[in-house]
Design a protein around this ligand. Structure first.
Ligand code: ADP
Ligand code: MN
Ligand code: MN
Ligand code: MN
Length: 351
């Protein structure tokens, strides 16, 4: 059932656009998923201020009731469009209600305020987005039908048939991110077969959430062409299989300078005092993942350690050795809203 026919599509995509630009507005829906729709622009916008506020039917995205369904899209960031190429763009937009208040799913609005307050500390983030691929019948991609692959071991950073699946899709996504202007910093196959990771960062402040959401959009959109489903569930398969997280690496200017380990220790002390507040915004179903097994710390208590992948917060060995750098919060789940996570970290550590 080949619905996608790149060979038939190609001649149309090579037609000129009559001087017009296509802008794909992308937003976060009411279920932590992504939506997008396209509008034609008369010319290339100089910056975000030249893009119009648009609207959509929020009753169809779980973002508004039917009797008051208009939700507004306010452009927040522009990326290059790797699908349509040329001068065409992707526009990440924030969602606002009719009365001007941010929509319930617009966590960027609040994160931006926090980031602006902490601007002088120059907060950097790097996110490690883990995710799992399924075929259209909801079967883990590449897993034998009616059985299981061999136990975990050969798959992490694996090379070779039977060890990694869907490398074409992963390569396509990596290049699309680079083209779009997403600050993607790497990829690797994960411990569980059909699970992968990409890293985005370092990004400063609000930029972290913007770049991660667009990286997710590109992944889901490209996987659509491959007829593959992307799951961001933190424990997509029960049993002796690793869950999926979104480790959040964090530093400030002070932490990155000589002697910065003192600021890192201080930050960890503050994080330890607000463990439950953080867990509350570190992703749904995260209790299924943070079991104390499979390279996680138990959800019930905060812990930290150098090079310890069984701790809530890890100080990388290299950082401890040189006495400055960053910390890794290992608690966030793969399905986080990165605006909430980066926002609360800045709030707890810096404000
Ligand atoms: P791991 O060893 O935990 O798998 P990765 O290499 O997957 O680590 O990811 C490390 C992440 O840390 C990358 O996203 C990178 O951008 C980020 N990072 C590196 N240095 C800093 C820093 N000073 N502040 C914040 N993030 C950083
Ligand atoms: Mn990693
Ligand atoms: Mn990983
Ligand atoms: Mn990590």
């Amino acid at each position: 059932m080949a619905l996608s026919r790149p060979d038939l599509l190609a001649p149309y995509l090579s037609l000129d656009q009559g001087g017009k630009i296509q802008a794909e507005y992308v937003w976060i829906d009411g279920d932590n998923g992504l939506r997008s729709k396209t509008t034609t622009l008369p010319k290339v916008p100089k910056d975000i201020s030249e893009l119009r506020i648009w609207d959509f039917d929020g009753s169809s995205t779980n973002q508004a009731p039917g009797h008051d369904s208009d939700v507004y899209l306010r452009p927040a960031a522009i990326f290059r469009d790797p699908f349509r190429r040329g001068d065409n763009i992707l526009v990440l937009a924030e969602t606002y209600n009719n009365d001007g208040t941010p929509n319930a799913t617009n966590h960027r609005h609040f994160a931006k305020k926090v980031m602006d307050q902490a601007k002088d500390t120059i907060p950097w983030f790097g996110l490690e987005q883990e995710y799992t691929l399924f075929d259209v019948d909801d079967h883990p991609l590449g897993w034998p039908k009616g059985g299981f692959p061999g136990p975990q071991g050969p798959y992490y950073c694996g090379v070779g048939a039977g060890k990694v699946f869907a490398r074409d899709l992963i390569e396509a996504h990596y290049r699309a991110c680079l083209y779009a202007g997403v600050k993607i910093s790497g990829i690797n196959a994960e411990v569980m077969p059909a699970q992968w990771e990409f890293q985005v960062g370092p990004c400063e402040g609000i930029e972290m959430g913007d770049h991660l959401w667009i990286a997710r959009f590109l992944l889901v959109r490209i996987a659509e062409q491959f007829n593959v489903k992307v799951s961001f569930h933190p424990k997509p398969l029960q049993g002796d299989w690793n869950g999926a997280g979104c480790h959040t690496n964090f530093s400030t200017k002070a932490m990155r300078e000589k002697g910065g380990i003192a600021a890192i220790d201080e930050a960890i002390e503050k994080l330890s005092k607000r463990h439950h507040e953080h867990i509350a915004v570190y992703g749904d179903d995260n209790e299924l993942r943070l079991s104390g097994r499979h390279e996680t710390a138990h959800i019930g208590a905060f812990s930290s350690g150098v090079a310890n992948r069984g701790a809530s917060v890890r100080i990388p060995r290299q950082v401890a050795a040189q006495g400055f750098g960053y910390l890794e919060d290992r608690r966030p789940a793969s399905n986080i809203d990165p605006y909430r996570v980066t926002g609360i970290i800045v709030e707890t550590v810096l404000l």
